[in-house]
Ligand binder design. Structure first.
Ligand code: ARG
Length: 587
C-alpha cells in the first residue's frame, strides 16, 4: 500500500504497482523484471517499458500487452495519469498533490528513509597493517567504507563496522626480536617508541642483513603463535602504538570502526583448517596446503610449508565467523582493486566448502583504483600512496582550506570559532568528496587545488551553496518554526515551472539511495547532490523568495518558497550526512 506519510521512493512504489498489474493481467508470469525509468519526455515523469519484454516472451503485440497492463494498474494517489504511447510504452504522470504532500512532509518531518527489510550487514573497511604506514589506499577504503556503512545505517540495517587490521603476520617476529634488543624491559615498562615506522625499518634492515637476527625473528613468531606471555606482551605493545596512530585519523575524519584484526581469528583458523582438511578440500602443493575455488585462477594458501597460516587462512576463518557467528545477511569488503583475485578465490572457496550460499548471503567486494598525483604544487602524476604520510596530508588539507577561506575573507566575516569549524568542514569534506565523487573503480588524481575550488562539483562549493540556502530565511528574519507552522497549515503551493522542477528533484533522493544499494557506487549520490544545488540555483534565479524594494527593505516574503528552501537544505544535509561530511551554519 502507498505510504503517503513517510517514504517517497517513487520508483520503488511504481515498481510495486506494476508488478501487481502484471500479476493481475498475466497471473503466473514472473520472469519479466519490471522496467521503469525516469521519462525522457517532457509531458510525463516516469515510463514503464514492461510491455515490450512481455510481448516478446508471450509472442503478442506489445501495444495490446501495454493496453492490458495499463488497465490492471491498481489506482494510486501517487499516479495522476497513465498513457499508452508509441509501440507500447506506458507514460506515468505523478500526481501534483502527491508531490506537494511529499515536499511538505520533508519540511515537517525531515527526510525519511524508504522502507527496507532490515539486514545484518558487515562492512569490512580501512583495515591498515600494524607497524606499517596507513597509506592513501587505506584512506580511500576508510572514506568509502564509512559512507557505505552510513547509507546502510540510514536505511535501517544493522551494521557492524569492522577494521580487519593486519595484526598477525610474520613481521611480528622481527619486530619483537628488535624490541627485545632495544627495550629489554618492555614487559614491565611500555617501550617509548616515538616512530614505529622507523622502528619497523630498523628491524627489517637487521632481518635482511643479519642471519643470526633472522633466526631469532623466526623463533619469535613461533613463540608468539604458541602464546608465550612475553611475546604476546611485546605484540600488544606494538599494536597499541599503531592503533593509537590510526585512531588519530579516525577521530579527525569522524569515522567509527571496531578493531577486529586477523589475530582475532587465530583459534578459528585452526578449526577452519581442520574442517577443510577433513572434508577433503585441501590439496598438497610443494609442502603447502592450497584450495582451489571454481572460476578462480589462483588457489588460496591455507597452510604454509612451515605449518603457519596466511592472510588467506584468516579470511577463510573470518568469512565463516561472519556468516555463522555474526549471522550476517550481507558482507561488504572495501579494498583496492589489486585484491580482486584474492577475494574472487576466497568467495569461490567459501562456496565450495559450504560456508557461503549466494542465495542466502550477499557479498560485495567494493574495489577502488589508486590515487595519483603529487599533493604538493608539482603537477607530476605519480602514485601518492607510498610517499605521503596520511597525517601530513590531512594537515596540508587544513592549511590549504584555511588559506582558501582567508582568500575569500571569511576570517573577517566569521567568529574565530565559526572560522575553525568552516575550515575543518571544508578540509575534510573536500578530501572525502573528491574521493566519493569519482567512479571508485577508476584511478583518480589527487589535487588540493581542484578539490578546494569553490566552483564546480566540489564539497567547498556545495557546502557554501548550502549555507547560502540557509541564510535566505535568516536574512528575512524567518525562523524554522515559522516555516514549519506554515507547512502545518497547508501543503506547499507550487506554481512556477522551476518550483515544480525543484520539488521533483528533491523527491528523487530515495530512488538514488536505493540504486546505490545495488552497485555501491557513491558517486551517483554526489552527482545527485550537485544536481539538487544546480536546480536550486535555477529556481532561485527565477523565483523571488524575499522581495526587496530599491532601498533594500523587505516588502514581501514568500513562505511557500521558503518551504522549498527548507526542504532543499534538508535533502542536501542528508546527502552530506551519508557521505560523512560535516556541514556548517556559516562559512
Ligand atoms: N590489511 C589489508 C591491506 O592492508 C586489508 C584487509 C581487508 N580485509 C580483509 N578481510 N581481507 O591490504
Amino acid at each position: 500500500t502507498l505510504n503517503m506519510k513517510n517514504s517517497c521512493n517513487v520508483l520503488g512504489q511504481l515498481e510495486d504497482l506494476f508488478s501487481r498489474a502484471l500479476q493481475a493481467a498475466y497471473p503466473g508470469v514472473t520472469h519479466v523484471a519490471s522496467q521503469l525509468q525516469v521519462s525522457k519526455q517532457k509531458q510525463a515523469d516516469y515510463q514503464c517499458n514492461d510491455a515490450m519484454a512481455l510481448a516478446k516472451s508471450l509472442k503478442k503485440n506489445p501495444r495490446e500487452v501495454g493496453e492490458i497492463l495499463l488497465k490492471n494498474v491498481p489506482p494510486s494517489p501517487m499516479v495522476s495519469k497513465l498513457e499508452l504511447s508509441g509501440p507500447g510504452f506506458i507514460n506515468i504522470t505523478i500526481s501534483t498533490d502527491f508531490i506537494r504532500q511529499q515536499v511538505t512532509n520533508i519540511v515537517l518531518h525531515g527526510v525519511t528513509p524508504p522502507p527496507t527489510t532490515p539486514l545484518r550487514v558487515v562492512v569490512d573497511f580501512s583495515s591498515p597493517n600494524i607497524a606499517k604506514e596507513m597509506h592513501v589506499g587505506h584512506l580511500r577504503s576508510t572514506i568509502i567504507g564509512d559512507s557505505i556503512a552510513r547509507l546502510m545505517e540510514y536505511l535501517g540495517h544493522d551494521v557492524l563496522r569492522i577494521n580487519h587490521l593486519g595484526d598477525w603476520g610474520t613481521q611480528f617476529g622481527m619486530l619483537i626480536a628488535h624490541l627485545e634488543d632495544r627495550f629489554p624491559d618492555f614487559a614491565t615498562k611500555p617501550p617509548p617508541i616515538a616512530d614505529l615506522q622507523t622502528f619497523y625499518k630498523e628491524s627489517k634492515k637487521r632481518f635482511d642483513e643479519d642471519a643470526e637476527f633472522k633466526k631469532r625473528a623466526y623463533q619469535a613468531v613461533v613463540k608468539l603463535q604458541a602464546h608465550n606471555p612475553i611475546h604476546i606482551k611485546g605484540w600488544q605493545e606494538i599494536c597499541e602504538i599503531s592503533k593509537k596512530e590510526f585512531s588519530k585519523v579516525y577521530e579527525r575524519l569522524k569515522v567509527k570502526i571496531i578493531d577486529r584484526g586477523e589475530s582475532f581469528y587465530q583459534s578459528r583458523m585452526e578449526s577452519a583448517v581442520k574442517v577443510l582438511q577433513d572434508t577433503g578440500m585441501l590439496e598438497e602443493d610443494e609442502g603447502r596446503k592450497v584450495m582451489f575455488g571454481e572460476g578462480a585462477d589462483i588457489p588460496l594458501t591455507i597452510v604454509k610449508s612451515d605449518g603457519g597460516f596466511t592472510y588467506d587462512t584468516s579470511d577463510m576463518a573470518c568469512i565463516r565467523q561472519r556468516i555463522e557467528e555474526e549471522k550476517a545477511d550481507w558482507l561488504v569488503y572495501v579494498t583496492d582493486a589489486g585484491q580482486g583475485q584474492h577475494f574472487k578465490s576466497l568467495f569461490a572457496c567459501a562456496k565450495k566448502a559450504g560456508i557461503y550460499d549466494a542465495a542466502k548471503t550477499r557479498i560485495d567486494h567494493v574495489t577502488f583504483g589508486v590515487v595519483l598525483g603529487k599533493t604538493g604544487r608539482s603537477s607530476r602524476h605519480d602514485q601518492v600512496s607510498d610517499t605521503v604520510r596520511l597525517v601530513d596530508l590531512l594537515n596540508e588539507g587544513l592549511q590549504r582550506s584555511e588559506e582558501k577561506l582567508q582568500e575569500k575573507e571569511r576570517d573577517k566575516a566569521l567568529t574565530k570559532e565559526e572560522f575553525t569549524k568552516a575550515r575543518d568542514a571544508v578540509a575534510y569534506g573536500c578530501i572525502k568528496y573528491a574521493d566519493l565523487s569519482h567512479d571508485r573503480a577508476r584511478d583518480y588524481v589527487f589535487s588540493f587545488d581542484r578539490m578546494l575550488d569553490f566552483r564546480g562539483n566540489t564539497a567547498a562549493y556545495l557546502l557554501y551553496a548550502l549555507t547560502r540556502i540557509r541564510s535566505i530565511a535568516r536574512t528575512a528574519c524567518i525562523k524554522r518554526e515559522d516555516i514549519m507552522a506554515e507547512a502545518q497549515k497547508h501543503p506547499i503551493e507550487l506554481e512556477h515551472e522551476k518550483e515544480w522542477k525543484l520539488a521533483r528533484t528533491l523527491l528523487k533522493l530515495s530512488d538514488v539511495l536505493l540504486k546505490i544499494t545495488e552497485d555501491l557506487c557513491l558517486h551517483s549520490l554526489c552527482e545527485y547532490l550537485f544536481e539538487v544545488s544546480a536546480v536550486f540555483t535555477e529556481f532561485y534565479d527565477n523565483c523571488y523568495c524575499v522581495e526587496k524594494n530599491s532601498d533594500g527593505k523587505i516588502v514581501k516574503i514568500n513562505l511557500n518558497r521558503l518551504m522549498l528552501c527548507e526542504a532543499t537544505a534538508a535533502v542536501m544535509e542528508k546527502c552530506f550526512a551519508i557521505l560523512g561530511i560535516d556541514t556548517v551554519g556559516k562559512m
